[in-house]
Design a protein around this ligand. Structure first.
Ligand code: NDP
Length: 451
């Protein structure tokens, strides 16, 4: 890398000084900087016009108070955020997360990643992320509704179908999107495509619910095809048990894989027989009703629950981390490698720590990074926006095909920019995704001049 190491260190030192204490944001930028800073030499104008520095500084960040009342009358004060990172190639687009761990650092990391991911889909969408430190766990439906209405009572000023189009993420599913869309409509008197992930009755798109998890498995399959591997009878370890995890498990099962784990923040379940569609449906229902994954082991004979543990020590061929950031530490990555993992496709955002990524790549494990592997969700969100604008609904078959084709195109872009840079001349998917996502946004920014 020559003196690029010094350039990267200097860049990161300046970023950390400007954004103190934002460890997740630093981590996400560092991951991208390692490939983008050397790449800037190929087109010096990117460097001269400080394109990458600009991508690391959100266009704007909105932080606001969200005040709501619990069923027992107690008043709660949460913090709401919307980080609008970059709208060079289209309206801001990215999910909203409701989780007690949400803070500015987490949302800046997610928004930063989102600008590259959205570019990779080939659709006209900029990058943003939002959410709140509100914890929906244990809250009644009425409390969740009041929180969503309070959150939208400020957010509505900052979004719009041609401005910024939020969607779901951790803790924000169809129910929360419904409450937020209703409140937006009430406040503005406009029925428009301001959110994606909507119910089918009011402008939602088929396949949106499944898209992120299915897409992560399609990306896995694309990587396997190039490497001459397949899914048939292979053991697949999945983390999480929410939207992304259950649909990744479902698609891996449909394609012939044997899915043996799911998890939540309490621990993981190991089902050596493999999860059937019936079992996965049971988990979806369980989670819809606020259940814990530990209940799976009580319900299905032959399975075991492992409290406060993650599934990465279970031997497998393929791993699909689909819960949250930094859930695969370096030691977890080494355990997976030792047990023979051949491919990792990231359904969650930044689930693997930097040292873990490097360990996978050094071991020749096919590694599909989140920006590419989980882009299927936002891609179908982009298709939901198109359907809303044209006031049409595309068919299930059309959307399934579009999702598959989009993931194949994203894989192709990663292949194009990553080929020859991996172990033994293989594909470096991290480099491929970073550069593939960067170029379109960078060239659009160049067109606008200095701003
Ligand atoms: P859900 O809220 O549906 O599910 C989240 C799952 O992750 C739950 O099983 C949850 O367990 C678990 N989890 C959350 N936080 C932690 C934690 N700190 N430690 C252990 N487990 C945790 O969210 P999604 O499935 O939508 O999102 C999962 C990941 O996928 C996130 O990284 C998200 O950013 C990413 N993603 C989601 C997209 C989407 O379309 N929904 C699109 C692209 C990426 P518990 O119930 O115990 O909290």
């Amino acid at each position: 890398m020559g003196n690029h190491a010094a350039d990267i260190d200097a860049f990161m030192a300046a970023l950390k000084a400007k954004n103190p204490g934002e460890s997740e944001f630093h981590q996400a930028v560092h991951e991208v900087a390692q490939t983008i800073i050397p790449f800037l030499d190929t087109k010096p104008i990117y460097k001269d016009l400080k394109i990458f520095e600009r991508m690391c500084e959100p266009d704007r960040t909105v932080m606001f108070r969200v005040c709501w009342q619990a069923d027992d009358g107690a008043v709660h004060v949460n913090r709401g955020f919307r980080v609008q990172v970059n709208n060079a190639i289209g309206p801001y687009k990215g999910g909203c997360r409701f989780h007690p761990s949400v803070n500015l650092s987490v949302l800046k990391f997610l928004g930063f990643e989102q600008q590259f991911k959205n570019s990779l889909t080939g659709l006209p969408m900029g990058g943003a992320k939002g959410g709140s430190d509100f914890d929906p766990k244990g809250r009644s439906n009425a409390e969740i509704m009041r929180f969503c209405q309070a959150f939208m009572s400020e957010l509505f000023r900052h979004i719009g179908p041609d401005v910024d189009v939020p969607a779901g993420d951790i803790g924000v599913g169809a129910k929360e999107i419904g409450y937020m869309f209703g409140q937006y409509k009430r406040l503005t008197n406009k029925f428009e495509g301001v959110l994606t992930g909507k119910g089918l009755e009011y402008g939602g798109s088929l396949i949106r619910t499944e898209a992120t998890g299915y897409g992560a498995v399609y990306f896995l399959q694309n990587m396997l095809d190039v490497a001459g591997l397949d899914m048939d009878g292979k053991t697949v370890v999945v983390s999480g048990s929410g939207n992304v995890a259950t649909h990744a498990a479902e698609k891996a099962h449909q394609l012939g894989g044997r899915v043996v784990t799911l998890s939540d923040s309490g621990g993981f379940v190991h089902d050596p027989d493999g999860m059937t569609q019936e079992k996965i449906d049971w988990v979806k229902e369980l989670k819809k009703n606020g259940g814990r994954i530990s209940e799976y082991a009580d319900h299905f004979a032959g399975s075991t629950f492992h409290a406060k543990a993650r599934p990465w020590h279970v031997p497998c061929d393929y791993a699909l981390p689909c819960a949250t950031q930094n859930e695969i530490g370096e030691e977890d990555a080494n355990a997976l490698i030792k047990n023979g993992v051949k491919a990792v496709s990231e359904g969650a955002n930044m689930p693997t720590v930097d040292a873990g990524q490097k360990a996978f790549q050094a071991a020749g494990v096919l590694f599909g990074p989140a920006k590419a592997a989980n882009a299927g969700g936002v891609a179908v969100s982009g298709m939901e926006m198109s359907q809303n604008s044209a006031r049409v609904s595309w068919t299930d078959k059309e959307l399934r095909n579009l999702l598959k084709t989009t993931m194949a195109n994203i894989h192709q872009t990663c292949h194009q920019f990553g080929e020859g840079h991996g172990k033994d001349g293989g594909i470096d998917y991290v480099r491929g995704a970073n550069i593939g996502g960067f170029v379109k946004v960078a060239d659009a920014m160049l067109a606008f001049g200095v701003m």
